[in-house]
Design a protein around this ligand. Structure first.
Ligand code: NAD
Length: 494
């Protein structure tokens, strides 16, 4: 632990412990003077302080990104992706450090951080295909002597605003695709997990990505507003809560920017009576309690259909009892803390409200947690469909349980209890039930006997309803479309 803190201090400057922005290839102090502490949420140690950058800092970054854009967009695309080969190699070299950094500032356990790391690197690998991915198409002789072709061009200055729960993977959902397509890029990471972003920028510099092509501005809402209002930012990719996603989407719309805004989630899992018990229980438990429930793909409501109640539910509760809480880098830890005390309080508040409404506690995670750290234990609670626990995103290790007589009733709950549509899963041995579920679920990411249905990098990561505002999703072909603009040329030679 001490080594990690020392390491961070060394990088941010021992005296101040305040992080710097990375603009135009240089580490610079933010103009803003206000800072927030960055914690290890498992130990409450302060790792660094993050500056709350404002309009001046964002303007500096946009200027640097605009200045870099012209030359960068002229670099041939096969040459641009050579930087990504080097980026991938450097990320592999620093694998251990990156995983430990994620676990330390986010609180997730080593294996979860390793999974996140792998998913982030996969996007770099995907973007290495950019010479093919951004190819256009043409039709000759669309009219007599006339040919038409479509080409994709970079947009210009692009920005990404990211959440705390995947400090490595979510920035990498966009950075490699944006720059391989010829854009310059500004990252505004979560103020609660900014240290991994520092490391990503260091690696970009180390592999020689030209100055100003990637930039980092720390901060919170002021920095975000400045990015969304800056006339010289062409596109904004946002990932975070539904409330802020809507704000960013509307603000970018008013300012004429291309935007994709991924929001929160309230994911349902249906367990059919014919589910294969043991692997399903392991998957359900991982979905609800992995990353302390702080995944946008976390299973939050489990509807047990018919006799699945007796077969599966007691096993899920037993497993919840077995989960060992602690610092994610300590041997034997199964689950880390939530990110901050206010997250813990929000979760407790909703659980209490659910109990007041008549919910029935099966496993109470509020008790028996380590004294230090922002812990909430795995919680399993039986609810009615009208409960606040079926409606609101808790973003913590709470699995609310509904009972249904058949798949129709379970799908109705999934459609009607809340307004999100990120992910949903079914556990069953019946192809017919799975098909029915796939067609009728309102979610964008669907799991069939998969509790965390995270698409790999060459597919779109796609929510619906209040989980997504925009048209083009992140990663896959959508990611390439998002970071390029199309031109169609119609040609005639006399
Ligand atoms: P958040 O919305 O609080 O913060 C996300 C980003 O927005 C941060 O960079 C933050 O600095 C900025 N921000 C916060 N408040 C703002 C405001 N008022 N105005 C402008 N900017 C503001 O989200 P979080 O707590 O960091 O992350 C957790 C949330 O993200 C959950 O709701 C989770 O479901 C969601 N999430 C969604 C996906 C997805 O793919 N749909 C992926 C990961 C996380």
């Amino acid at each position: 632990m001490t080594a990690i803190i020392e390491n961070v201090r060394e990088r941010v400057g021992a005296s101040a412990g305040t992080l710097k922005n990375f603009i135009g290839g240089k580490w610079v102090d933010a103009h803003a003077t206000e800072t927030l502490p960055v914690f290890n949420p498992a130990t409450e140690d302060v790792l660094a302080h993050v500056p709350l950058s404002g309009p001046e800092d964002v303007a500096d970054a946009v200027r640097a990104a605009r200045a870099a854009f012209t030359d960068w967009s002229e670099v041939p695309v096969p040459e641009r992706v050579r930087y990504l080969y080097d980026l991938r190699s450097a990320l592999l070299d620093d694998r251990e450090q990156l995983i430990r950094q994620v676990a330390t500032e986010n609180g997730k356990i080593y294996s979860d951080a390793a999974g996140e790391y792998r998913r982030g690197v996969e996007v770099v690998e995907f973007a290495i295909g950019m010479p093919t991915l951004m190819a256009g198409y043409n039709v000759e002789t669309v009219s007599r002597g006339i040919d038409t072709m479509m080409e994709r061009y970079p947009l210009g200055v692009t920005a990404a605003i990211t959440p705390f729960n995947f400090p490595f993977m979510v920035p990498l959902w966009t950075l490699p695709i944006a720059i391989a397509a010829g854009n310059s890029y500004i990252l505004k990471p979560s103020e609660r997990t900014p240290l991994t972003a520092q490391k990503i920028m260091e690696i970009c510099k180390q592999v020689g990505i030209p100055d100003g092509v990637v930039n980092l501005v720390h901060g919170a809402s002021d920095a975000v507003t400045s990015i969304c209002e800056d006339r010289d930012v062409d596109a904004v990719s946002f990932v975070g809560s539904a409330r802020v996603a809507r704000i960013v989407y509307e603000l970018c719309g008013r300012n004429g920017k291309r935007v994709q805004a991924l929001g929160g989630a309230k994911n349902h899992i249906i367990v059919m009576p014919d589910a294969v018990v043991e692997p399903s229980v392991a998957n359900l438990s991982e979905s609800a309690f992995g990353n302390a429930g702080q995944r946008c793909l976390a299973g939050s409501v489990m509807t047990v259909v018919g006799e699945a109640k007796d077969k599966v539910l007691p096993r899920v509760v037993e497993r919840a009892e077995e989960i060992k809480l602690g610092f994610g880098l300590d041997e034997g830890t199964d689950m880390g803390p939530v990110i901050r005390p206010d997250a813990r309080e929000r979760i407790h508040k909703y659980v209490e409200q659910g109990l007041d409404e008549g919910a029935h506690m099966l496993r109470d995670g509020r008790a028996k947690v380590p004294e230090k750290g922002f812990f909430v234990g795995p919680t399993v609670i039986e609810i009615e469909p009208e409960s606040v626990l079926a409606r609101e995103e808790l973003f913590g290790p709470v699995l609310s349980v509904l009972h249904a007589d058949d798949i129709d009733e379970a799908i109705r709950y999934l459609n009607e209890t809340n307004e999100y549509g990120n992910a949903s899963s079914i556990f069953t041995s019946s192809g017919r039930a799975a098909r029915e579920f796939r067609r009728r679920t309102p979610a964008g990411m669907i799991g069939i006997n998969v509790g965390v249905a995270a698409p790999v990098a060459f597919f779109p990561f796609s929510g619906h309803r209040n989980s997504f505002f925009g048209d083009l999703h992140v990663t896959g072909r959508d990611g390439v479309e998002f970071f390029t603009r199309k031109k169609t040329t119609t040609t005639r030679w006399f």
